[in-house]
Design a protein around this ligand. Structure first.
Ligand SMILES: [Zn+2]
Length: 67
């Protein structure tokens, strides 16, 4: 899937960075294990570990703490 959506929080080198812990993805797109979320029109990525925590937060309705 090739997406051209402008991502303001994408660093200048084009790498995807986890919005929560700052881990950089290996390539210029998020790995399939990463979670992608739209917030205020921006695309946020979360690495595998953070996605797991994020999903848990959604399920337990704690998302407002860091959304
Ligand atoms: Zn992370």
């Amino acid at each position: 899937m090739d997406e051209e959506t402008y991502s303001p929080d994408r660093p200048a080198d084009g790498r995807v960075v986890c919005a929560r812990c700052g881990t950089a993805a290996d390539g210029d797109t998020a790995p399939p294990t990463w979670l992608c979320s739209m917030e205020d029109g921006r695309r946020l990525h979360f690495c595998e570990d953070c996605a797991r925590l994020h999903i848990r937060a959604i399920e337990s309705r704690l998302d407002s703490l860091w959304w």
